[in-house]
Ligand binder design. Structure first.
Ligand code: ADP
Length: 266
């Protein structure tokens, strides 16, 4: 479990905290979405979860390990994998397979295990056939899948996707998310999806909405999406499928069979 306990964080040289008194528990295997308008603190919160940033006040505990404790950071980063928006910053090696192996070599794993984990991770993201290709020759979606493979090979318990699909087209975005959710079902991986897209957030079990560094709303999507006024005040819009479903029901009409609304997902 990840415990965020009364965390306040300010960037150096700023007067307004990026996050203020945030408390939150993320359970193993959970699918949590963190959403909110630009600048609301989503990325800052993501970076606090694996110790990339440390709280000014409060604590973050990952399976009981304190991110403020330098000696725990290596262990914490193995448990909490992060994929960012721009894969170019995460790709380091000359070939696809070496890139996935990079983090594993740093862990000092035996070569046979490294080979096995690299092969398995590339299989999952469907890049096995491109394993000798230089990463810079991949498409945007392929690069993002490679960055994901590098993180998955570390076998994290929690996976944070920080706008990890934001630069992709809707099809590639959907593909990556489906892969990740498959892993969650198979391996009990917790998924923490940071997204400014309400449609995407609505897919999670639980949604946390941030506004100006504070938690505006938290709960199952069906509940959160009912709060249209609060969402609108934060500059957020209820997904069109949710609004449409509600409108049709209010008009006494039946929902089309293929329209999945948040109420039904919850
Ligand atoms: P979001 O991910 O929701 O867009 P961020 O966590 O990136 O929000 O930012 C939260 C707040 O912290 C914003 O006011 C932003 O301007 C500020 N901020 C983010 N990164 C830095 C930084 N490196 N230095 C100073 N201020 C920052």
């Amino acid at each position: 479990m990840i415990e965020v306990q009364g965390v306040t964080f300010s960037y150096p040289g700023t007067t307004v905290p990026a996050l203020e008194n945030i408390s939150l528990i993320i359970k193993p295997g959970e699918f949590l979405a963190i959403t909110g308008p630009n600048g609301s603190g989503k990325s800052t919160l993501a970076r606090l979860l694996n110790g990339l940033l440390r709280p000014g006040e409060g604590r973050v505990l990952v399976d009981g390990l304190d991110t403020g404790d330098e000696a725990s950071l290596v262990d914490i980063r193995r448990r909490v994998g992060m994929v960012f928006q721009d894969p170019d910053n995460q790709l380091v090696a000359a070939t696809v397979e070496d890139d996935v192996a990079f983090g594993l070599e740093n862990l000092g794993l035996p070569p046979a295990e490294i080979r096995q984990r690299v092969a398995a991770a590339l299989e999952v993201v469907e890049l096995a056939n491109l394993r000798t290709r230089p990463p810079h020759r991949l498409s945007g979606g392929q690069k993002q899948r490679l960055a994901l493979a590098g993180v998955l090979a570390m076998e994290p318990r929690y996976l944070v996707l920080d706008e990890a699909t934001a630069m992709l087209d809707p099809v590639a975005r959907e593909e990556i998310l489906q892969k990740v959710l498959e892993l969650r079902r198979e391996k009990g991986l917790a998924v923490i999806l940071i997204t400014h897209l309400m449609e995407e957030a609505a897919l999670a079990e639980r949604v946390l909405v941030l506004k100006a560094g504070q938690i505006l709303l938290a709960g199952p999507p069906a509940e959160v999406m009912q709060q249209e006024e609060k969402l609108a005040a934060a500059g957020l819009k209820v997904p069109v499928t949710v609004a449409l479903g509600k409108g049709l029901r209010q008009a006494g009409l039946k929902l089309p069979a293929n329209l999945v609304t948040v109420e039904e997902m919850a």
